[in-house]
Design a protein around this ligand. Sequence first.
Ligand SMILES: NC(=O)c1ccc[n+]([C@@H]2O[C@H](COP(=O)([O-])OP(=O)(O)OC[C@H]3O[C@@H](n4cnc5c(N)ncnc54)[C@H](O)[C@@H]3O)[C@@H](O)[C@H]2O)c1
Length: 400
Amino acid sequence: MSDADETERIPLHEGVGVNSPSMAARRWPMLLLGAVVGLISAAAIGGIVGKPLLGSAAIETTCGAVPTITHPPLVRRTLDATVRNVLVTGGAGFIASHFALALLDRGSYNVTIVDDLSRGSIDTVLRLQTLAKEKGRPLQWVHMDVARQDDMEELLRRNAIDAVVHFSGNAYVGESMTHPEDYYQNITVSTVAILRAMQRAKVTKLIFSSSCATFGNPTEFPITERSPQRPSNPYGTAKLQAEHAITHFLDAQKRLSLPFSAAMLRYFNVIGADPAGRLGPHLRHKANRDYPRLVDAAYDVAQGGMGRESLSVMGSTYPTPDGSAQRDYIHVTDLVEAHVMLLAALKGTDLMYYNVGNGSPYTVLEIVKGRESHRQEGAHQPEAVSAGRPSHPLQRPEQD
Ligand SMILES: NC(=O)c1ccc[n+]([C@@H]2O[C@H](COP(=O)([O-])OP(=O)(O)OC[C@H]3O[C@@H](n4cnc5c(N)ncnc54)[C@H](O)[C@@H]3O)[C@@H](O)[C@H]2O)c1
């Protein structure tokens, strides 16, 4: 897909992915889902299953494993060309920094990133600023807590923001079990503050990073947009509360005939880094050392960094081929592309929910073995296998 600054017609897949009857009555969000699905399958990471819905051939995205890929018919949709000024919350963090980079790569967006650096890295911000300068694109960095709604409102007005892409928040299931108050504050409350700031500044487009943790411990796979959301930990609950706040806010705006459109993307285990090495684990905040994600931990062991000498794999008795947990890993560059597409597609009073996953699961040990083939020669990296963590589904992804 080319830049979003020109109105264009692109081939999309026709698809369906809804999680409420009111959404089922609407057709065009389904077409956009097709765009996301098309993107993912085009990137050869598909995970789509065919199922009849609304009397037509339809598809669903999934966060779980699926046996077959069904390609739906191609349709076309005109994209919105008006989004230029984008505010990215949590822009010093892992996913949002890659999203900001994707916008810079497009060459047509003015990017503002807001981060309180609680978990984000100033090195990542500095790298983004250098890259923006090289590309001759503006990138404004604001060190701020997004819950400061008056300041957020002022920033939205000052930079004439067209759309907010809201990534910031705490993102660790285990931590949410010990500090739930931080999660309700920094996910639920912060999202409400952003909605208020947007309403006052008349910013009408929002993309929200939700999580498949909102589905809790599902009993049926694949997990689709229609699967019941029953979160099993404070992190997932706070994400679901934020989804509800956004949905109800949008409904209220609609009743007032005011435009407001939103998309909720629920992703599972985001992995990888910019293939060109412009961003990556080497730039991340040291605070994240205590809650490393798999690839970050593997990177640390390989580099002998962060004082990490070995990699612990949590759980060895899951009903998977090698006993380690099986997860749906999605590469960060594929994920951020879905966000870029949504930026161009959100219009009017759209409300969209998409589960964004790979659909082709890997076990933790499979990922670790991939790491072993690339590890630094001579690095000392014994592996320990321990019991699984509380509040995690037995077999399926680690819903962060
Ligand atoms: N990484 C995953 O696998 C995954 C999976 C599902 C959902 N998500 C969601 O995606 C989003 C980004 O995740 P990530 O992995 O990049 O996390 P991250 O910790 O790398 O980034 C989060 C960023 O938000 C910033 N932040 C936190 N609270 C803030 C506040 N009040 N004001 C301003 N900035 C604040 C942090 O400093 C950090 O830079 C999160 O909302 C997370 O819940 C991530």
